[in-house]
Write a protein that binds this ligand. Structure first.
Ligand code: GRG
Length: 293
């Protein structure tokens, strides 16, 4: 199947699954449920849930078994975006081509919509079926760690505290591993675990995810300086304005592109052991390297 067709098909299925898990907007408190749905359905790429499904399939599992886990991952990701955009953090007006949740619903409801999405993710994940190797507790533990104070939130704190500071490549690497790779890695790992993956397949997908996440964040930083807000669906040029340490700021756009390509090649090599089944994820890695938004 052609990659763009695959991505479109999966995104459609993920949206349907999310719609089923989200409380209906007519359920009280309506404002909260509307805000949760607003940010979730504003038009994200669905990268993390797609990676989850693809990892499940590459390990011989069924798409339908990965869908609830995939939906939980998108809930956590969307929560992080809503909170990141709040005035106390990045203070952004646009996300996914729309006004940010706090611009539309006010800060309090946006904050609570993020909280509710994060909580819903764990409610969904707790219902996951055990496999021979992995229990629902293991799924919960994986996601809690990835979204917790040593990974996703650690990345946010380091990013925040680094604004205006001189930062080197090793600090940048730490931030990217935490704020971007952690959620990408856990998406792949959970998809593989749903398919009862062998420890060796799980390890290969982990290395793939770490490298893919690093490449993804470098490309994100390149796009911030090379694309318009209209194209990105979020405010461009924010990193320079906030004096953030990024790859383009440290080494320029050309060298950053080469670094992103290098991480993408490492990602591709990490899953060669899957043979022809690795093709889709390998193509996806190159597609993300070339993306324009
Ligand atoms: C826990 C508040 C909080 C934040 C956590 C920094 C951070 C971590 C989140 C902010 C958003 C951000 C810049 C994350 C880094 C990863 C990244 C490039 C996210 C954007 O992901 P895309 O491009 O977004 O997949 P869509 O909208 O397509 O889903």
């Amino acid at each position: 199947m052609e990659l763009t067709h695959y991505l479109g098909e999966k995104a459609r299925l993920i949206d349907k699954t999310l719609d089923n898990f989200l409380p209906h907007p007519s359920i009280k408190p309506e404002s909260l449920h509307r805000a949760m749905r607003y940010s979730l359905f504003a038009g994200g790429k669905r990268l993390r849930p797609i990676l989850c499904i693809a990892a499940c399939e590459i390990c011989g599992g069924k798409e339908k078994d990965a869908l609830p886990v995939a939906a939980a991952l998108e809930c956590v990701h969307t929560y992080s975006l809503i909170h990141d955009d709040l005035p106390c953090l990045d203070n952004d007006n646009f996300r996914r081509g729309c006004y940010t949740a706090h611009k539309v619903f006010g800060e309090a409801i946006a904050l609570l919509a993020g909280d509710a999405l994060l909580t819903l993710a764990f409610e969904i994940l707790a219902q996951a079926h055990p496999t021979l190797r992995y229990s629902p507790q293991m799924f919960l533990s994986e996601l809690s760690r990835a979204a917790g104070s040593r990974k996703l939130i650690a990345g946010q704190v380091a990013d925040l505290e680094g604004e205006g500071q001189k930062r080197g490549l090793s600090e940048l690497y730490f931030i990217h591993r935490c704020k971007t790779s952690a959620m990408i890695v856990v998406s792949l790992r959970l998809g593989a675990m749903v398919a009862n993956a062998t420890p060796s397949n799980l390890a290969s997908l982990t290395t793939f995810g770490e490298n893919l996440g690093l490449a993804f964040q470098i490309v994100d930083d390149i796009l911030d300086v090379t694309q318009t807000s209209g194209c990105l669906g979020k405010s461009a040029g924010k990193d320079v304005a906030a004096k953030k340490a990024t790859y383009p700021a440290l080494m320029g756009v050309g060298a950053s592109r080469r670094e992103a390509a290098r991480f993408t090649c490492s990602a591709r090599r990490a899953i060669e052991s899957f043979g022809p089944r690795a093709k889709l994820l390998q193509k996806l890695a190159f597609f993300l390297l070339e993306r324009k938004r």
